[in-house]
Design a protein around this ligand. Structure first.
Ligand SMILES: [Zn+2]
Length: 114
């Protein structure tokens, strides 16, 4: 087993898990906060973690995650541009709300790919 990804939000780790599953890579989530309270652990220890079962697919799994997260919501010509999750409208970086449907800009995804 190898820890491929960690993030402060368990939901982010489950997005990563789904991305790996789409490529046929088995993984498990640990420390997602559902079984235990963070208690007095240091913040990094409370991060949810994604572990892959087959270490021989590590390189492939890293590439999948980089593709899933680092390219998310960014227009190649306009760094920081974003796409509305509700209506699909493309918006410039200076906008925090969709001009078409009024939905809020999605939070940037944070996490660490091992
Ligand atoms: Zn919209």
């Amino acid at each position: 087993m190898y820890r491929i990804f960690s993030a402060p939000e368990a939901a982010t780790v489950y997005i990563a898990k789904q991305a790996l599953e789409n490529h046929g890579i088995e993984s498990i989530v640990q420390n997602d906060g559902l079984q235990q309270a963070a208690g007095d652990l240091a913040p990094i220890n409370a991060w949810a973690e994604l572990w892959i079962l087959d270490e021989s697919r590590l390189t492939e799994a890293s590439a999948v995650l980089r593709d899933a997260f680092e390219n998310r919501g960014e227009d190649e010509n306009s760094l920081g541009a974003w796409q509305c999750e509700s209506c699909g409208e493309k918006l410039p970086p200076s906008f925090d709300v969709c001009w078409k449907c009024g939905d809020n800009r999605p939070e940037p995804i944070t996490g660490t790919i091992s």
